[in-house]
Design a protein around this ligand. Structure first.
Ligand code: NAD
Ligand code: GLY
Length: 344
């Protein structure tokens, strides 16, 4: 078991990580509690929630991204008020990234902010979304358009929850883990040595390593303003665009697809180390099948919506060599031309 600290100018979070973290730390959460979870998670862990948070307020969200809306945000806030949640109470997000994002935002709004604790139950939420305080709902068909930075006081990451996770959700988490490998030398070499899609024991050391990386980055750039936090979006521009193009929700898999395409673009532009790209590509190909686009212009259009774009250009965060990445800014026409070359 390991404790990782996230230290920003405005607050501190502690991330308890390891097998057994839930039974050890959940019972220590004092005061009035309000748990937000989703229907799938409640079906599996409802008894555990009742056992550990006996008498707490509870909101069970329909599972899936479609619930990350103002409607459900307002409904959760209403349920908190009806349960009589006090300013001194704690909102516990018990579930994947959808639950974490909406419950975190509700905690930031209720009585202008109550204590929030994240208990992530998917691989993606354990290595990424529960850490760093980004909370949001989707609005006007745009992902995470409305949200707040709101750090949880604690994150409890217990790998036992991954045992009930469907294989596809494991693949989504692996997408983010391979992204960390492209950003962090030590995760890259660990993954090259230990990665085995059929035996997930390696996650025991990889998950804390990813969290440590993210906590370091967020501690240095909580508000995403000095360029450091932006690196966590490696592969995401083309990945998000592909996710919209294929109309399939599978964030982590598309991050890998985005990385794959963007590395080829970087290679075409003679940026970075080709041998390194080949090794990263092998990791990606072991986790996901890379599709070819039928309509590249249409796929590229979606990249225009990326939040990293500050002007007309398309911003890509690409790996260069071990532990190093850079931002590429391409005109839309150049981006389309390069995507076409890659897609041949
Ligand atoms: P999710 O929350 O939809 O969970 C995926 C599925 O797994 C759901 O059907 C859920 O019910 C189920 N599930 C969760 N835990 C389970 C368990 N232990 N056993 C069995 N089933 C379980 O999706 P996600 O991939 O965890 O998160 C995606 C969301 O995270 C997106 O909305 C994305 O925008 C957001 N996100 C946020 C950040 C951030 O920094 N805040 C970062 C990355 C992604
Ligand atoms: N997932 C990207 C970030 O937290 O900034």
């Amino acid at each position: 078991m390991t404790d990782i600290l996230l230290n920003t100018s405005s607050c501190k979070s502690v991330i308890h990580c390891g097998e057994g973290a839930f039974s050890k730390y959940a019972l220590l959460l004092g005061g009035q509690k309000f748990v937000v979870t989703d229907g799938n998670v409640y079906a599996i862990y409802g008894k555990l929630i009742e056992e550990y948070f006996n008498g707490c307020g509870l909101y069970v969200l329909p599972a899936g991204e479609k619930s990350k809306t103002f409607f459900y945000l307002a409904d959760i806030l209403g349920a908190m008020a009806e349960a009589g949640l006090k300013r001194s109470g704690t909102v516990i997000a018990f579930g994947g990234g959808v639950v974490g994002d909406i419950a975190g935002l509700a905690a930031s709004l209720y009585m202008r902010g109550v204590n929030a604790v994240q208990i992530p139950t998917t691989l993606l939420s354990q290595v990424d979304s529960s850490v760093g305080g980004k909370t949001a709902v989707d609005f006007k068909n745009i992902k995470n358009l409305v949200g707040a930075f709101y750090q949880p006081s604690e994150v409890i990451v217990d790998l036992m929850f991954l045992k009930t996770l469907p294989p596809r959700e494991i693949r989504c988490g692996l997408g983010e883990i391979i992204k960390y490998a492209a950003l962090d030398k030590s995760i890259f070499s660990k993954l090259l040595k230990e990665y085995d899609i059929f035996n997930l024991d390696f996650l025991g050391s990889i998950v804390p390593a990813c969290i440590r990386h993210k906590a370091r980055v967020v501690s240095a750039d909580e508000r995403d303003v000095n360029g450091m936090r932006k690196t966590l979006n490696l592969g995401h521009t083309t990945g998000h665009a592909a996710e919209l193009y294929y109309r399939r929700k599978s964030h982590g898999e598309f991050v890998l697809i985005g990385m794959y395409y963007e590395m080829y673009i970087a290679e075409k532009l003679k940026i970075g180390d080709g041998e390194y790209y080949a090794r990263l590509r092998q990791l990606i190909e072991r986790a996901v099948k890379i599709p070819a686009y039928a309509d590249i212009e249409k796929a590229a259009e979606f990249a225009k919506m990326d939040k990293k774009n500050t002007d007309e250009s398309i911003s890509l965060i690409v790996p260069m060599r071990e532990g190093e990445s850079t931002e590429l800014k391409l005109s839309f026409d150049e981006y389309v031309r390069l995507l076409k070359e890659v897609n041949q």
